[in-house]
Design a protein around this ligand. Structure first.
Ligand code: SAM
Length: 245
């Protein structure tokens, strides 16, 4: 029997999801960074700074930023320390945009761009001191597999940090936020990129993502210890952290 999963609010065959997600990011890659600013009123910058601040990268640290897209997280890390960052993403167009941005910023050292799926990463066990993923894990078909891979890739003592859209702390806030996101974001997307559908998927996928507590439990099941989360902007996003002991 065909196993199914969700793609936003649609039910699709599991094997279809990765290519549907790839299609979403193919179609938005060139305007992705502008759209982030417009949709979040620039807040995504502060959220990303918070996650990188929590990690506090140090010189020589080997970090993998999964679903790293156009390099927003990697650039912040490299600005803070002479660390080595591997940006891994399933979508080559997003990586190409990132590489071009890196060239524009003269960031040619300390960063590598690798195409790969978070569920089966092309790296040996215990390769990295830290694993980060920002606004990526909700797009993955099997989140449990991605978490197991994160655990596998980390060295003992390694740190896992995940920044993701989450669930607001009060019901009335969630309702206002839903009203804004479902009404405005696909329209802004259509206006800027000429396509509203990818942004309809983005808002739906946010609603389908597990709650902060449920995701923390999934991290524990993958083997992480000291699992914690911090809500930012009342839970519009949350940063989950854990360690491989
Ligand atoms: N982390 C970047 C940022 O915060 O700006 C990009 C986030 S973007 C919303 C989501 C990224 O996840 C896209 O670049 C997409 O290609 C990537 N992605 C989706 N599914 C993936 C998977 N299974 N493995 C790796 N990357 C994936």
């Amino acid at each position: 029997m065909t196993q199914t999963t969700h793609f936003g609010f649609r039910t699709v065959a599991e094997e279809e999801k990765a290519s549907l997600v790839r299609g979403v990011f193919d179609s938005v890659a060139s305007r992705y960074d502008l759209m982030n600013d417009l949709m979040s009123a620039g807040l995504h910058r502060a959220w990303k700074n918070d996650m990188v601040g929590m990690l506090a990268p140090r010189a020589g640290m080997q970090i993998i930023d999964v679903a790293g897209g156009t390099g927003d997280i990697a650039f912040r890390m490299l600005k803070r320390a002479a660390c080595e960052v591997t940006v891994c993403d399933i979508n080559q167009h997003m990586l190409d945009e990132g590489r071009n941005r890196a060239i524009d910023r003269n960031l040619l050292h300390g960063v590598e761009w690798v195409c790969g799926n978070a569920e089966s990463m092309p790296f040996p066990d215990a390769s990295f001191d830290a694993y980060t993923i920002a606004f990526g894990i909700r797009n993955v078909t099997h989140i449990d597999l991605a978490l197991q891979e994160a655990f596998r890739l980390l060295k003992p003592g390694g740190r896992f940090l995940c920044l993701e859209f989450s669930h607001l702390q009060h019901e009335w806030m969630q309702k206002c936020y839903d009203r804004y996101s479902f009404a405005a974001i696909p329209k802004i997307g259509a206006w800027v990129t000429g396509k509203g559908d990818p942004y309809q998927y983005l808002v739906e996928s946010i609603r389908k993502f597990p709650t902060q507590e449920a995701f923390a439990k999934m991290m524990g099941s993958a083997g992480f210890g000291n699992v914690q989360f911090r809500n930012l902007t009342q839970g519009v996003v949350a940063i989950h952290s854990g360690r491989k002991f």
